[in-house]
Design a protein around this ligand. Structure first.
Ligand SMILES: *Cc1c(COP(=O)(O)O)cnc(C)c1O
Length: 404
């Protein structure tokens, strides 16, 4: 028996569903390149297997938040050389040099970041030039070329109020980036931004952000920027806003088969299928009398004689404690609800007198078509969004890949 088959719990990741989701999303944005967003370990699904599967389904870019995530993909994912990797969440002193050498596209929102990436490119270029001289002197073979020009994507804050350059700072950033490009240190590969309310159809801020993006792109291009890609569309914009598609779309959550918002419909309405299924074998079933308190704080007391099932998953696995007394579980063919508090490692379900054997499968969430709850059901039970439900499933739960 394989290790995962004996596992206490597992998250099955259906890569065939992920690939079908990528194809469905590409169908919604046929003129745009596809960046598979795999930040936070692929929203909990595993960045490397998901990046590979997305590329098989036609993604030509992979996006992460942190440079560490991007460097790990470059080092270990074995993606084809022409697949571009981009990351956007930098802090001062970050691994700019490693990113330049690895050919990663880096996002720049402010002049401090531009200065750091220019410094890194200068250092790489100086070293490369010295290596060439040394090789010429020794008449040895030239080593494999390293990337020496930094690939920089300028980020505009068109209204999200998070990352990106404010419109008032844009001219300065564009000017400085063009100087660095003319000096041969950077290539401005992209102009981009991020939407605040695309998951709320018709929200007036989306129109304003698209207008501002057009103005900021037009300004930069008038100054001489020649970007390879201009992009602003996340999952909801990919699904519902063709005018936001530009040259590239950046879906995350929809690729994992979740709807960005119940307002946009269920996954199936959007042509998507949830990729993660979280299950565990029931660890214990027992008969208890009425009036029995269940789990810490006794927030649940059995209303009468009943059977209780112990499910070996808890908040240490990323099951939200906020869903105590509310989170749904399929056991023995029926929906049940967590009884009492979800603890670190386990929670209890009242089977209402049904007899289920220890070892029977408890399904917390999955695609929903076997009658099981979905991540969206857990999101509602916990007062959060489906994104958080899948992303928070911790490393203690082994991922089992199927359909690869
Ligand atoms: C997370 C993220 C995305 C993907 O967002 P979804 O809503 O999951 O599609 C795209 N772009 C940026 C900058 C992000 O941070």
């Amino acid at each position: 028996m394989r290790e995962t088959e004996r596992a206490r719990a597992r998250a099955v990741i259906d890569l065939a569903a992920l690939k079908a989701n990528v194809r469905a999303l590409r169908g919604k944005a046929p003129g745009a390149a596809f960046m598979a967003v795999v930040k936070a370990d692929g929203y909990g699904h595993g960045a490397i297997p998901c990046a590979r599967a997305a590329v098989e389904a036609g993604a030509t870019w992979v996006g992460t938040a942190t440079p560490q995530e991007a460097l790990a993909l470059k080092a270990h994912a074995g993606l084809p050389d022409d697949v571009r990797v981009m990351c956007w969440l930098w802090t001062p002193g970050g691994p700019w040099r490693e990113a330049v050498e690895a050919g990663i596209d880096v996002s720049v929102s402010a002049e401090w970041a531009l200065e750091e990436v220019v410094g890194a490119a200068e250092a790489v270029q100086k070293e490369a030039a010295e290596a060439v001289q040394k090789e010429a002197a020794e008449a040895v073979q030239t080593a494999a070329p390293v990337q020496t020009v930094a690939r920089v994507q300028l980020k505009a804050d068109t209204g999200l109020g998070r990352g990106g350059s404010q419109p008032a700072d844009w001219a300065g950033l564009v000017r400085r980036a063009l100087e660095a490009e003319r000096a041969g240190h950077v290539r401005i590969t992209g102009l981009w931004s991020h939407l605040a309310c695309a998951d709320e159809p018709g929200h007036p801020s989306t129109r304003q952000q698209l207008d501002r993006f057009r103005e900021m792109v037009t300004y930069a291009e008038a100054q001489g920027v020649r970007p390879e890609v201009r992009h602003i569309a996340n999952s909801p914009a990919t699904l519902t806003l063709p005018e936001a598609h530009y040259d590239l779309v950046r879906p995350g959550v929809a690729m994992y088969g979740l709807s960005p918002s119940p307002d946009l419909g269920a996954p199936a309405d959007l042509g998507l299928r949830p990729v993660m299924t979280l299950t565990a074998p029931v660890a214990l079933v027992k008969h208890v009398p009425g009036g029995h308190g269940v789990s810490y704080g006794h927030h649940y007391v059995t209303p009468g004689e009943t059977t209780l099932a112990l499910v070996p998953l808890g908040y240490g696995d990323g099951v939200p404690r906020h869903a105590s007394g509310a989170g749904p579980v399929l056991i023995g063919g029926k929906w049940r609800t967590t009884a009492g508090r979800i603890a670190m490692d386990q929670f209890v379900v009242d089977l209402g007198g049904d007899d289920v054997e220890a070892g029977a499968e408890a399904v917390l969430f999955g695609p929903g078509d076997r009658g099981e709850p979905t991540a969206e059901d857990w999101a509602q039970a916990a007062g959060t969004i489906g994104y958080e439900i899948v992303t928070r499933i911790s490393a203690r739960v082994p991922r089992v890949y199927v359909g690869g």
